[in-house]
Design a protein around this ligand. Structure first.
Ligand SMILES: Nc1ncnc2c1ncn2[C@@H]1O[C@H](COP(=O)(O)OP(=O)(O)O)[C@@H](O)[C@H]1O
Ligand SMILES: [Mg+2]
Length: 310
């Protein structure tokens, strides 16, 4: 879907991006992560030509991005940023409908789409559609920013620290919503973060940048279990790698179907990290598991957490 071939970008005599090659496949949730100044924002903005690369090639659906007019590219690529960038004098509905209006969608279709997106992002349509951004909390504004980026069913969603500056609860909710949206829509997503836990939770692939170069690219499991060098090992945190590994697996991956256990059950789609927390907090070694339909599906034992793939 998006391919970087030996891409470089220099600001004056500062090399911000150096010989970057990367392929983001259709439907992938690719997370770019790295320390401040490592080139994450520059990489993202080169995709929709907010920044022009000066060496190598960037392809979108097989064609060099310079063969598209920037506006054409941006209409096909939703873009959401931390500072939100909502138009202050436009209502929520006008903000979300910005790209569909440019594309000439009929009013009724825009209205229906706004209703759908507000619902998707847990903002009651009738309460929120006519409000102005200043009458929304930071978390609500950020949701509207995400809804706006999704409005015209973009082929690609580019997000630059979209959940930065949010309280942990709101961030957690929005991350869960992003995962749900990605699953439901199959949109290709490239998301920038500096938060390794966010990267592990969201990414089907994590690309670690340092000094404008890719130091490692792989699944969350590969990054955690086979860090390419000391920089990556330090970056993911050596001490709680086990806990992070538990966070990328579901109870359903390890449960024993049909087995029974006492007590308050855990959901099959909960993480093993959540299961560990319950084992420790309750001082028990078995938990009943309920499936998606709400019926008992089996049990999981404390010892099951240490088995399985590594
Ligand atoms: N317009 C610019 N002019 C000069 N240097 C810049 C400009 N934009 C970014 N840089 C530099 O390029 C490097 C990468 O920046 P950026 O992509 O914003 O990093 P990140 O998003 O990972 O924090 C940094 O060293 C930054 O200072
Ligand atoms: Mg940045």
């Amino acid at each position: 879907m998006i391919t970087f071939e030996h891409v470089g970008k220099t600001y004056g005599d500062w090399t911000a991006i150096d010989d970057l090659s990367l392929h983001v496949a259709e439907g992938e949730f690719c997370v770019l992560i790295g320390p401040s100044g490592s080139g994450k924002t520059t990489t993202l903005k080169m995709i929709n030509r907010l920044i022009e690369h000066d060496r190598g090639r960037i392809l979108f659906e097989g064609a060099e991005i310079r063969s598209f007019a920037p506006e054409q590219l941006r209409r096909r690529m939703g873009y959401a940023i931390q500072s939100i960038g909502l138009f202050p004098h436009w209502t929520v509905e006008e903000n979300i409908g910005a790209v569909p209006r440019l594309l000439g969608w009929p009013k009724s279709r825009i209205r229906d789409r706004v209703t759908e997106l507000l619902g998707l992002l847990a903002l009651e349509p009738e309460r929120f559609r006519d409000r102005y951004p200043r009458h929304l909390s930071g978390g609500q504004q950020q949701r509207v920013g995400v809804a706006r980026a999704l409005a015209a069913d973009p082929s690609v969603l580019l997000m630059d620290e979209p959940f930065g500056a949010l309280d942990p609860v709101t961030r957690d909710t929005l991350q869960a919503e992003m995962l749900r949206i990605h699953k439901a829509s199959g949109t290709t997503i490239v998301l920038v973060t500096h938060d390794i836990d966010e990267a592990i939770r969201l990414g089907s692939r994590i690309v670690i940048l340092d000094g404008g170069r890719i130091v490692q690219s792989g699944t969350p499991r590969a990054i955690l279990t086979k860090p390419a060098n000391d920089f990556v090992a330090d970056f993911v945190g050596r001490e709680d790698i086990g806990i992070k590994l538990l966070s990328i697996e579901r109870v359903s991956d390890r449960m024993r179907p049909g087995e029974t256990a006492e007590g308050e059950p855990i959901a099959a789609d909960a993480s093993l990290r959540h299961a560990l927390s319950l084992f420790v907090a309750r001082g028990i070694d078995r938990l009943p598991v309920i499936g998606p339909s709400g019926t008992l599906a089996g049990a999981i034992r404390l010892a099951d957490l240490t088995g399985g793939p590594t």
